[in-house]
Design a protein around this ligand. Structure first.
Ligand SMILES: [Fe+2]
Length: 600
C-alpha cells in the first residue's frame, strides 16, 4: 500500500512516501526549490518522491494532508470575531498569512496529482506531530507530548501510544491546550520582540539565552499562569497575535520588558540593551523549560511509562529537552529528526497507514536520511569543468586524507548518500571542522556562515566516546542521536573543545552510531587517531539565507562562494589548494596521547 503525506502552506512544506508501512523517501520543498522555508504546495517534493519510488500518482492508495483546513479556518474566523472590532483591519491579512490556500486543499491536491477526491485524507495537525514522533521511534508503548505554535486549535497535546507488533496501532491524545494559549506562541512572541524571524529564528533565542541571566522570570511568569488542571493559560492583555497579524506583543508587554529591539541594531552584549535582550531570552527559556518539566512530570505520573515521544516545533529546543530527560521521570525521550511541521508529512502518512487504513504495525528505520542522494561523479565533472583539483579515492584513502586536512585546520564540505529530512545536518550534508580553538568558530562565522557570534556550533562524537567528553544523563546518548539535546561539556575538556562549547559550557552534541553514518564514523576515528579527540565540529552545509545543499552541484556552488577548503561527495574530493598547508592556529589540537584517541 502506498501513502503520500503532505505538509504545506504554513512553513517548511514537505512530502513523504510510505510503501507497505515503511517510509521510502521524504524531503522538504526548500531542498528542491532552493527557497528557504518554502511554504508553497510541495510540487517538487511530491514529484521527487513519486519519481524516487518509480510510481505514478495514480498508484497511490491515499494522499494525506497534515491538518484539517476547515478547523483552521474556523479558528481564524472565530479569533477574528472575538477580537472584533480590533481585528477588522487585520483579518484579511491574517487569512492570507495563516491560511493561504489551505481551505481549498482537497481541490488543490486533486488538481495537482490527478487523484480521486475520495483518496484524499486529513489528519489532525497534532496527531501528525504525535505520529511522526511515536511511529518512527524504537518503542512500542510510550507517553506522547506535542507542542508548537498552533495547528488547527490545539497548541499542545498529551496522551499515549501503543504499537502491537504486526497488529494495530493506537494513538490517544486525551488532553489538549487550545489557541491562543500556546507555549510556542509565547516563545515566538519573545522571538519577535527580539527582532528575530518568527517560525525561523527561535533557536537564536535559545542561543542568546545562554548569555543572559533569568532575571525576568517573574515578569515572564505574569504572561502565563498555571491552571488548576495542570495546564497553563496565557494572559491575553500582553499579546496581540490573536487579534492582529501586525504585531504579536501588546503595549503592556513593552511596558513590562522595555522597548523591543530594532532589527537594524546588532546585539552588543557589552551594552545594557544587549544584556537586557539576553536576560529576556534567558527568562522565557527558563519559563518554557519549567512549564514543560511540570507537564511531563505529570504525564509520567499519569502513564507510568518509561518512554516519552515528543513532537512539534517546541521539541527543537534542545535545552528544554535535556531538562525533560533529567527531571520528568521518563527514562528515554525520543525526538524525531524533523519534529516541526515538515515532519508532519511523514507523521500524517504513518498515521493514515496505521490508523485510518488499519495496516499492521512495523518498525521504521531509525535514521534521518530520507532525501535525494548526492552523486560523486557529478561533483567530479563540475569541478573539472571549473579547473579545480579533483581526486577520486577509495574510501580508506579518502577518509585518511580528509582527517589529515581537518587536523591541519581545513574546513570541509561533507556530502554523503541521501540528505537529511529535518532542519539539522547529521553527517550527510555537513560542514566539518576541528572543534578545538575558538578561532575556528570565529572563522566559520566570518567566512562561511555569516551569522551572529552568540550562536553556537555543534559537535559530533562516536556514541561510545560521548561520555568521556560530555556530561550525559542516562538516556542522553539517545537524545543526541538527532542532536535533540544540549548537555554540559566536561569542564576538563572545554578548553580543548572551545569551538563547540557554548558560553555556558554546553553543547548540542550529536552522538553517532557507526551504522547510522559509517563514513563519518570512520572519519571521526581517523581524526581521533591524529589528535587524541574523536570529535568534529558539525554544522549544516549552507550559507546564510540558503537552505542546506542537496545536490553535488549545489554543494560545489556553495564551496566556490565561501571559505570552504575542501569538498567531498562520496569518493570525490575537491580542493581549492594543490597541497595541504598547516594552519596550527585554527586546528590547535592538543598533543594528547594516542591512547586517548580510542573510540570505545
Ligand atoms: Fe505544528
Amino acid at each position: 500500500m502506498k501513502v503520500l503525506g503532505i505538509s504545506a502552506h504554513y512553513h517548511d512544506s514537505a512530502a513523504a512516501l510510505i510503501v507497505d508501512g515503511v517510509p521510502v523517501c521524504a524531503v522538504q520543498e526548500e531542498r528542491l526549490s532552493r527557497q528557504k522555508h518554502d511554504a508553497g504546495f510541495p510540487v517538487a517534493a511530491i514529484d521527487w518522491c513519486l519519481d524516487h519510488a518509480g510510481i505514478e500518482a495514480s498508484d497511490l492508495d491515499a494522499v494525506v494532508f497534515y491538518e484539517r483546513s476547515m478547523l483552521k479556518f474556523d479558528r481564524i474566523l472565530t479569533s477574528a470575531l472575538r477580537a472584533f472590532p480590533a481585528s477588522w483591519r487585520s483579518f484579511p491579512q491574517a487569512m492570507r498569512n495563516s491560511l493561504g490556500e489551505k481551505v481549498w486543499v482537497r481541490g488543490i491536491i486533486a488538481s495537482h496529482l490527478d487523484v480521486p477526491r475520495r483518496k484524499i485524507l486529513f489528519t489532525d495537525h497534532h496527531a501528525a506531530h504525535a505520529a511522526a514522533a511515536f511511529l518512527t521511534a524504537p518503542t512500542r508503548h510510550a507517553a506522547l507530548l506535542t507542542a508548537d505554535g498552533v495547528g488547527e486549535w490545539a497548541t499542545l497535546t498529551c496522551g499515549h501510544g501503543q504499537r502491537h507488533p504486526g497488529g494495530r496501532t493506537e494513538i490517544t491524545l486525551q488532553r489538549e491546550i487550545r489557541y491562543p494559549h500556546s507555549l510556542g506562541m509565547l516563545y515566538s512572541t519573545v522571538t519577535a520582540f527580539l527582532a528575530f524571524s518568527v517560525n525561523e529564528d527561535e533557536y537564536k533565542v535559545m542561543g542568546l539565552a545562554a548569555y543572559g541571566r533569568p532575571t525576568m522570570v517573574d515578569r515572564v511568569a505574569r504572561l502565563i499562569r498555571r491552571t488548576a488542571d495542570g495546564g497553563f493559560a496565557l494572559v491575553p492583555e500582553y499579546f496581540e497575535y490573536h487579534t492582529t497579524a501586525r504585531r504579536s506583543y501588546s503595549s503592556r508587554f513593552v511596558d513590562l520588558f522595555g522597548p523591543p529591539r530594532s532589527p537594524y541594531d546588532p546585539i552588543d552584549l557589552a551594552t545594557e540593551a544587549g544584556q537586557r535582550y539576553a536576560d529576556c531570552a534567558a527568562s522565557v527559556q527558563r519559563v518554557l523549560e519549567d512549564t514543560l518539566v511540570d507537564l511531563t512530570r505529570a504525564l509520567h505520573r499519569e502513564t507510568g511509562l518509561p518512554d516519552l515521544c515528543f513532537g512539534g516545533g517546541v521539541a527543537l529546543n534542545g535545552v528544554a529537552n535535556a531538562r525533560i530527560l533529567a527531571e520528568s521521570g521518563f527514562e528515554r525521550l525520543f525526538v524525531p529528526p524533523a519534529p516541526g511541521d515538515a515532519g508532519c508529512a511523514i507523521g500524517a502518512a504513518l498515521y493514515a497507514d496505521r490508523i485510518y487504513l488499519g495496516n499492521p504495525d512495523c518498525d521504521v528505520p531509525d535514521h534521518p536520511f530520507w532525501g535525494p542522494s548526492v552523486s560523486a561523479s557529478d561533483l567530479a565533472q563540475v569541478a573539472r569543468e571549473d579547473a579545480q583539483y579533483v581526486d577520486e579515492l577509495d574510501d580508506s584513502l579518502l577518509i585518511e586524507r580528509v582527517a589529515d586536512e581537518l587536523a591541519a585546520g581545513r574546513i570541509v564540505g561533507w556530502m554523503d548518500g541521501r540528505c537529511e529530512f529535518g532542519p539539522r545536518a547529521l553527517g550527510h550534508r555537513s560542514i566539518l571542522a576541528a572543534p578545538h580553538a575558538a578561532a575556528m568558530r570565529d572563522r566559520l562565522n566570518r567566512d562561511i556562515k555569516d551569522r551572529e557570534e552568540f550562536r553556537p556550533f555543534a559537535p559530533v562524537v562516536p556514541v561510545e566516546a560521548a561520555d568521556r567528553y560530555f556530561d550525559l544523563p542516562p538516556g542522553g546518548a539517545r537524545l543526541g542521536r538527532f542532536m535533540s539535546g544540549v548537555f554540559p561539556v566536561d569542564p576538563a575538556w572545554r578548553d580543548r573543545l572551545a569551538a563547540i562549547t557554548h558560553v555556558d559550557g554546553s553543547a548540542r552534541v550529536q552522538t553517532l552510531e557507526r551504522s547510522m553514518a559509517p563514513r563519518l564514523y570512520a572519519l571521526l576515528e581517523a581524526y581521533g587517531r591524529r589528535t587524541g579527540i574523536p570529535i568534529l565540529l558539525n554544522t549544516s552545509f549552507n550559507v546564510a539565507g540558503e537552505p542546506i545543499v542537496t545536490t553535488a552541484r549545489e554543494g560545489y556552488s556553495t564551496f566556490r562562494r565561501c571559505g570552504l577548503d575542501l569538498l567531498v561527495a562520496g569518493s570525490t574530493l575537491v580542493s581549492k589548494h594543490a597541497a595541504p598547508a598547516t594552519s596550527q592556529e585554527e586546528a590547535e589540537w592538543p598533543s594528547g596521547s594516542v591512547a586517548e584517541s580510542g573510540v570505545a
